[in-house]
Design a protein around this ligand. Structure first.
Ligand SMILES: Nc1ncnc2c1ncn2[C@@H]1O[C@H](COP(=O)(O)OP(=O)(O)OP(=O)(O)O)[C@@H](O)[C@H]1O
Length: 722
């Protein structure tokens, strides 16, 4: 089997789950690496090029090469039973009915041709004999009308049934996709291959929305293949019965040759100088560029720079060039030295001309024989329908070929395990804390390098933080402070070393379980385009709907004045200032940071949205963390520069509250461990221990006094800051 290039393999395979874990790809556990669905799907995206292999962008068309056909067969073998058992489990009877009706409907065009031939025969008899049997003609017409009525009844029944099956299938596919996506953790989704996998899987799910006209074919559309096969078979039977006497076999042969003649010419109409591989590589490049440019054009995050540097025309031109190439609109320019007759042939409607030619022998045969006009008409329409259906079948199969890889992506995506999840339930330990004094944290030579980076963000970090202690992490920009916080929060993995939480290995904890025992304010906290209540309440979902709980958290963060200034209190809709963040806001531009401006349309209502300052948003993020900070099960509070945008009064208030929350209201003893990152060293001295970070390494560790006495980096940073 075709294998992935080493660089790609290393990106996928060289990220172990925990320091002592296997080297399976992140988030992807398989028993046999080389035959996994992930490998097959990945191989299908690789296009060999002169200067190294290229990867197709998600949704890119796989060329129909023998290698890809063989990969498609492998994918089908594994996925089709899985997908069909899923669909079958939804509505077994309806799926069965859909299948039967599709096959049955395939037989109808032949019946239609037969019925119409009977009417033509009757008319011919009337014209040639002069005797007019009105009753017989009426009977034939009534039969035809009845046939049409039955056909439309079956059509509407089949469409209704298909709609129900399609909607249920769409729901279950979207549900599975979203469920799996929500299971994924940060390191898994940081892997670009996993992101591409989910994007292709998403395309597969969208194919259930009846997107076949956009080139997305769902397994349900593949039922159409059966309908087309049954239609093809019925036309073949009709033709066989019409030509079985042997008298018209030469006519049939003539029709067959004349119909496939244009197809035989088609290789000449192609660009002969442009090799298939070169074309694929160019198309892959163009598709990637077109997607990149479209992304830029739709991006709200990059909008300021796009405007500032006047990138609009450049984006549009680059997109248009790539798009024209992928749509084949550049073909004429590319094919300047193309074989001239190809374009000549493509100018002629050969099929139409040869169709017309077919009438000549039919007329000759009709004159020379005693056959009826009806049977010739039936024969003629059957030949045309046979090839028309054949072409449709070929087209559907070609679309289905691309669909198979999207289906492969869906099945593979469903198998992805979040990277931080312990490998098996037996290897998972539940979070335990018998002391009720907070979380004890021990790091032993922890190192971590971000995917794609060469320099480690953390190098051999070792420290012990006793339960209930407060740690301040300080240091220069880019020294690894936030990375250390994210590792402690089990948001990113570590490659080497060990972390013990209450003396148990962190990598054996289920992250979901672990996260119920921590709360945090992250450096890049989220601003949601939703109500004030929702923005704060998500900090503790069970109480997210409680105004009291939200107001209490806001009070702890000292953010009451923000709440009081809002016209609709906790129900006021906030504007994150990032247009296009939510689905609703993508429909219309929002008005960032303008109090009282009308924001985007939501549903059919216009909500008045309020923008907030950076410091006000930071207070909301702190309130969110305080929603659960007081909960007895929460043992660790992590604050990554929580007060960077706050004035000194607000900053002191926040740290006083954290101190209050971390102590028992009855005994006053510490019951929660606190880790905070700060650039303001005046606040760092509040901590029991201080960790000084430099270039990913922890160079100093101790109390404020100890580090000052040492006279090292911390001391000089402290002197500089005060
Ligand atoms: N998502 C990421 N992908 C790749 N590299 C990253 C990522 N996040 C951080 N890094 C790199 O890791 C190193 C440490 O970053 P980190 O954010 O931990 O620094 P920091 O000490 O918190 O900096 P600051 O004080 O500016 O917030 C930096 O060199 C940075 O470039």
């Amino acid at each position: 089997m075709f294998s992935l290039p080493p660089s790609l393999l290393s990106t996928i395979f060289d990220t172990p789950q925990c320091s002592d874990y296997s080297d399976d790809p992140p988030g992807h556990t398989t028993t046999s690496k080389h035959s996994s669905l992930f490998d097959i799907w990945s191989s299908s995206r690789v296009i060999a090029a002169e200067h190294g292999d290229l990867l197709l962008t998600p949704g890119g068309q796989r060329p129909m090469t023998t290698r890809n056909i063989s990969l498609a067969i492998h994918v089908s073998e594994r996925c089709i039973p899985h997908i069909f058992s899923l669909l079958w489990s939804l509505h077994p009877l309806r799926v069965m009915l859909m299948l039967s009706l599709d096959i049955f409907r395939g037989l109808l065009p032949a019946c239609r041709g037969y019925s119409q031939a009977m009417i033509i025969n009757e008319l011919q008899a009337v014209i040639s004999s002069g005797g007019f049997s009105f009753a017989r003609l009426c009977r034939l017409i009534a039969t035809d009308v009845l046939r049409m009525a039955v056909e439309s009844l079956i059509d509407s029944l089949a469409n209704r049934n298909a709609d129900i099956v399609q909607s249920s299938a769409r729901f279950i596919m979207e549900y599975r996709q979203m469920e799996q996506r929500l299971r994924m953790d940060v390191p898994t989704l940081e892997n670009p291959h996993i992101r591409d996998l989910f994007q292709e899987s998403e395309l597969f799910v969208r194919s259930f929305s009846g997107m076949s006209s956009f080139g997305l074919l769902s397994p349900l559309d593949l039922f159409r293949v059966l309908a087309l096969i049954s239609e093809l078979a019925s036309h073949a039977v009709m033709l066989w019965s019409l030509t079985s006497s042997g008298t018209h076999v030469w006519l049939l042969l003539f029709s067959v040759i004349s119909t496939i003649f244009p197809l035989l010419l088609s290789p000449w109409t192609r660009n002969r100088d442009l090799g298939e591989d070169t074309h694929d590589v160019k198309e892959a490049h163009a598709t990637a560029k077109q997607n990149r440019m479209r992304g830029l054009a739709h991006s709200d995050i990059h909008r300021p720079e796009i405007v500032l540097f006047g990138l609009g025309p450049w984006i549009l031109q680059s997109w248009a060039k790539a798009r024209r190439l992928t749509l084949g609109l550049e073909q004429n320019r590319l094919g300047e030295d193309e074989w001239p007759y190809g374009s000549l042939f493509s100018q002629l409607n050969l099929t139409g001309a040869i169709d017309a030619l077919q009438n000549i022998p039919i007329l000759i045969a009709l004159q020379a024989s005693s056959n009826s006009l009806g049977s010739f008409s039936l024969y003629r329409s059957s030949v045309q329908s046979f090839f028309f259906t054949g072409r449709q079948l070929a087209q559907t199969l070609r679309m289905g070929f691309q669909g198979i890889f999207l289906m492969g992506a869906f099945c593979t995506a469903m198998e992805v395990q979040p990277q931080l999840q312990p490998e098996s339930p037996t290897a998972t330990i539940k979070y335990r804390n018998t002391t009720r004094k907070g979380m004890k944290i021990e790091l032993r030579n922890v190192s971590y390098t971000y995917p794609g980076n060469h320099t480690p963000a953390l190098k051999d970090v070792s420290l012990v933080l006793e339960a209930g202690e407060t740690l301040a992490i300080v240091g220069y920009n880019g020294s690894g402070k936030s990375t250390l916080a994210k590792i402690l929060l089990r948001l990113v993995d570590y490659h080497a070393g060990r972390i013990l939480i209450n003396d148990l290995d962190l990598c054996h904890h289920d992250p979901t379980d672990f996260h119920t025992h921590v709360t945090a304010v992250l450096q890049g906290f989220s601003k949601f385009d939703s109500s004030f209540k929702e923005n704060v309440g998500v900090g503790y979902v069970p109480e997210a709907g409680s105004d009291d709980a939200v107001e209490k958290a806001v009070e702890l963060a000292g953010a009451e004045h923000i709440l009081y200034s809002l016209p609709n209190g906790v129900e006021t809709m906030l504007d994150s200032g990032v247009a296009g963040q939510s689905s609703s806001s993508s429909s219309a531009p929002s008005s960032p940071n303008l109090r009282g401006e009308f924001g985007p349309i939501q549903g059919c209502l216009r909500h008045q949205r309020y923008g907030l300052s950076g410091g006000e948003w930071q207070r909301i993020a702190i309130s969110r963390a305080f929603m659960r900070a007081n909960r007895p099960e929460v043992d660790l509070i992590v604050l990554d520069e929580p007060t960077s945008s706050l004035d000194p009064h607000a900053q002191n208030h926040v740290f006083d509250t954290v101190e209050e929350i971390s102590r028992s209201p009855t005994t006053g003893k510490r019951i929660k461990t606190v880790v905070f990152i700060t650039h303001r060293l005046s606040t760092a001295r509040r901590a029991d221990k201080i960790a000084m970070m430099e270039h990913g390494a922890m160079t100093e560790f101790g109390t404020h006094q100890e580090l000052l006495a040492k006279g090292g980096s911390y001391a000089s940073l402290y002197q500089a800051s005060v």
